[in-house]
Each structure stands twice: as C-alpha cells, then as structure tokens.
Ligand binder design. Sequence first.
Ligand SMILES: Nc1ncnc2c1ncn2[C@@H]1O[C@H](COP(=O)(O)OP(=O)(O)OP(=O)(O)O)[C@@H](O)[C@H]1O
Length: 670
Amino acid sequence: MGQFPTPETQVMRLAELRRRFLELGQVPEDGLTPTVLKSWQRCRELGVAAGDRHEQGGTGRAGLSEARERSESLLNHASGIMEHIFEQIRASGSMVLLADAEGLILHGLGDPDFVGRANRVALQPGASWSETDRGTNAIGTALAEGAAVEVFGHEHYLERNGVLTCSAAPVFDPSGLLLGVLDISADYRNYQRHTLGLVRLAVRLLERRLFEAEHARQILLGFHSRPECVGGLQEAMLAVAADGEIIAADAAARELLGPLLASGRGTAFGNVFKTAFGIAMDRGARDPSSLLALELRNGATVYARLRTTLLWPGSRSERPAGERNGTAAQAPRAQGVAATTLHTLATGDAGLQRALDRAARTLGKDIPLLIQGESGVGKELFARAVHNSGPRRDGPFVAVNCAAIPENLIESELFGYTGGAFTGARREGAVGRIQQAHGGTLFLDEIGDMPLGMQARLLRVLQERCVTPVGASRQVAVDISLVCATHRLLREAVRDGSFREDLYYRVNGLTVTLPPLRERSDIGALVDKLLADELADAGFRRKVVVGEEVMRFFEGYAWPGNVRQLHNVIRVAVALLDEDETEILPQHLPEELFGADPADLRRPAALAESPLPGYGRPASGGAAVGRSLDEVERETIAAVMQEVGGNVSAAARRLGISRNTLYRKLGRNP
Ligand SMILES: Nc1ncnc2c1ncn2[C@@H]1O[C@H](COP(=O)(O)OP(=O)(O)OP(=O)(O)O)[C@@H](O)[C@H]1O
C-alpha cells in the first residue's frame, strides 16, 4: 500500500536529486517541478555557488530605507494584509515577508520561535533573495517566473536553505508592472499544503487595494459571470471615467473580457457592453446594493455592482461632503485635461486672454455662456475649464454634441424617458443628459444644429428649470449651469429662421469668441504645453524639445484644424521619436501636413519663411529657397486662387488672411 512521504523523506529525496544535478550534471526525469528545474538550470548558468556559506547580497540600513521609500505604496497597502495573514498562521513557526521587484526583503513579520532560525539564513529585511544572490528560492523564483511558486527543502539551490519551505506570489500594479513579491516561509517540518493558496489570496487582495487606490477618482465596476462571485476576491474590476471611457482593467477583467477589451485603456464602455453607459450608471446609482445584469458585446452576460461616488440627482444631500470630492464627475480623459482651469488655459495670447477674463467674471453667477469659434479651437476644453474653475467643480460636467445625435433620439437623450415610453425603449427607462448634469454643468456643443422642435422644449427647461422625461407625467427639478458652443454665427441662424430668437437670448448670457490658432501669438508656448502633456502621457522621462525649424513651421502654418490638428501633429511626432531622440524634427511630422509631395517634407524651414501668416506650403509645390519673399508670396496667392476657382473668400480662408488683406495683395478693391 502506497504511503504519503513524510517531509523528512521528501527532503532526503530532493537532497539526492540536487546532489546529482550539481555534482554529476544529471537532470532529474521526475520528482521535481518544471519551474524548480528551470530555476536550477538558470542558477547553474548564472554561476551561483550552491554551497556558499558566506553572507549573500543585500543592503545596509540606508539602502533599505531608500528601497522602502521607492515601494512606499506597496508597503502601505501590504502591511495590513501581512498582519492579517500573520494572525492566521501565528503559531505555525512561520514568517510573512514582502520583497521588492529586485528581491530585496522590505518587511517581515515572524513567529519568534522561527525568527532566530530564519535570521541564520538571512530571511530578514535588507537581505536580497533574488535568484542571482540566493539561487532557487520562492521569492527570487516567483520574480523570475512572474508566477506563484512553492520551493520546498532541498529544492532550494543553496545547501543552507534546505531547511526551509517557502511559498511566494508576485504582486503586479494595475498596469501590469511587477512591484514585488509576498512570501510565507517556514521550517520545512511545518509544511502546510494550503500556504501557497493563502499567499495567492493575499496577493489578490493586495492588487485589488492597489487598483482601488490608483483609480479612486474613477467609477469602479466589479463584475463576474457568476452573480455569487461579485464582491468576492474572484470579482473582476474595471475603472471607468465618467464619460464612459474604460481607463483600466485588472487582470481578472482582462481575462474575462479578452478581445472585447482591445487594450484595457481607452476602450469605450459601449464597445464592451451592450447596455449603454448612462443606463448602467443610472440603474447602479439608484440602487447601489443590487446587482446589474449587463450584456457583453459577445452575447455573454455578466453581473456587476457599481462602486462610485458619482453625483446623482436626488442623492447629493444624502452623501457626506467629503465623499463628493472624490467624485469622478464626468472626468475628462487625460490628466492634463482633468486639471484644466481658466488659469491653465492661458498661454499668452491676448485674444484668448480676453475670452478667459470675460468668462472668469461670470463664474458662480448663473449666467449662460455661449462659446463661439471654429472647429478644434478648444471650445469644449474651455467649457470644462469654466466648470472646473467655478463652484460647481465637484458636480458633473455633461457634454452633449447636438450635431452628433440623430434627430429622433435627441429628445430621449436630453430629457430621458420612462420604461415603455416608446417602441424600443428600455424597460427600465433612462435618465436624460439634462438630469445627469444636475448640480453641475450641461455643455451643449453645436447648439446651432439643434432641431427647432427641440429648441422649444429646451427653452421651457431653461425657463422652468424642470424636465419632463418622455412618457412621464411628473416634472423633475434640475439645477444646472449652461454652457453652449457653436461654430456657426448664431445671430445669422436666428436671422435665417433656423434658430429661435428667444432661445438665443436664453443661451447667450455672455458670448466669448475663441481665436483660430493661426491668429494666436502664443503658438510657441502652446506647443510646449501640448508637448509636455504628450510626453507625460507617453511616460517619457527624458527632456524633448521642438527643433527650431519645426517651431518656425508651426508658427507659419495656417492650421485649418486649429489646436486639435496641432495636438494630433505633436502626438504623432512623439510617437515617431526613436529611443535616443530628444528633438522633434521635420521627419517626425505627418506627411499630409505638407501635401502629397514628399519633397516638401524636407523643407519646412523654407515654408515657414513664407511672409504671410498661414501659408501652409508654396502652392506651386516648387522649392522656395533662392527666390525673394515677394515672389513666393505672389506665386502662392496665384496658385491658391487657381485652386479655389477665383473665390476670394475661400482663398483668404485657405491662406489664413482676411479678405481685405487678400484684396490688397491682389491690388484689387473689395
Ligand atoms: N488649450 C489647449 N490645451 C491643450 N489641448 C487643447 C487646447 N485647446 C484645444 N486642445 C486640443 O484640441 C482638441 C479639440 O478641442 P475641443 O474639442 O475643445 O475643440 P472644439 O472647439 O470644441 O471642437 P469642435 O467644434 O470640433 O467640437 C482637444 O481634444 C485637445 O486635443
């Protein structure tokens, strides 16, 4: 009858396998896990001395405190969990240890009976347990493999560590970066079968804490395919910005969602779930204790619970003020944008500064703001800056693009609807965007494109400060601050009858006009700011500057797509930088900036020498070098006039100069 081997017989067997491996080079066919065998082979290649009895690598007190500082967040979140598991194993002659990503032990809690023996093998803070320093061992091998491992008795590469049994699991940060390793070590005679499972659970809890801390300002969605697992340690977790963008997914979520989650970051909620984000928020926030059944785009269903402090109609007064500061409040995407205020938008242009000063005077005064300007000048960002600078900054910022919603959906989108209000309506109904902005700011982009019927209903909301969802018999009071934007001249839309005059006066408490980029005098400062944001987003540590030639081109170009275009150009340039490059040069700019002729790409300096503000390129496509500025100007104007069939307004727009200037240069009267 077969018998389970005792720890002693097991250790003797392993000692023999180890001796044969080290002395005779024999690779055991069985009796050893593939992970341990791989590690032995690694150690042999690294030249680790298996019988070395001298003190191995580590650091002194100063080095240890520096290492602890570097891993401060890991230590802070781990120490409570370590205490908790130590409570569970207190009398079992064990130690709980935390090491950093280099294998340096940062912190340890131990049973006094065992600590003395552990110290003899240097199982203590400040000692390095990397494989290079101490051969095969649970801490070093878990780090090398990026996976949980158990190393028992003489599976340890070093003779003196054969007295130990150790179980360790690596800890990853929310972006998948290896942070360190958690370990439980004991005398091998006290081997417990469940120790590795306990370490795994503790690490799962630790990673969860790190994820929650990192994404404290986002909406956290815990979910699982089995309802009973929601709220437990198997639960998967997503961090979602209040505009519906999935900011991060933990390992369990990445596994559960697979290809639906293209990259974990930057995926829209709607690409993963069939349930609309607004509806999920609505249901989750109304009854935070109940589980939501959410259908995935691949047809499967998951069960979810929302963890958010998102401000919601009717719930404001019920929550402590402190909690509201942590709201995601329709947080925009990038950190830089999240922090945008009227102050941070100022980069030195007088026209923009005028708009900023005027808007600043209306803060907190409930005056509707109308922002005018060409597409891409930053109207939405300006609106966010107004919101972030005023007393409603902790409330939601809800942006609605009136031009992007199909006409038949505008009403339900803006006003919401009750269950079964119309064919195709969701059973549970939906809260409209106006109501979502309660306590904060409603931003209506392209308001000039709102259908006339809807304008009448919006006017009523603004007058009565109440909305009536489609199908509802009762009004709901809303407290919103209104900011609208348009690239059309609303005054003209009023004149041609496509915009209601009474609504025009309602939305236009104050109008500010944002200058097109080609008219701004602060392009250099703006470029530096956009570059700094992009570099920070892309995780650059080295300094990168814009080359002089490129900067001159930026300052001379017409920028038909305004700041949006400039931002994209900089984003592309940063992406095209090689690892050792620290300057943005013409070859980092997109070809289309210069038209199809690749020869143009090599001459941005010549292009920027163009005397007219806004000359994108010499329209003739020929080299500008060697000709007088007047000649270049004349040829460019002639070529552009030809391209637009003699239309002076269109040519002036393309050249980035006023019609009057163009008439003057053409020697004609307007
Ligand atoms: N001051 C700024 N700082 C940084 N980025 C900016 C700034 N202004 C504009 N941008 C960039 O330009 C893009 C367009 O800005 P925004 O959406 O606010 O413009 P818009 O005028 O509302 O455009 P549209 O009329 O097409 O909706 C932003 O995503 C951002 O990349």
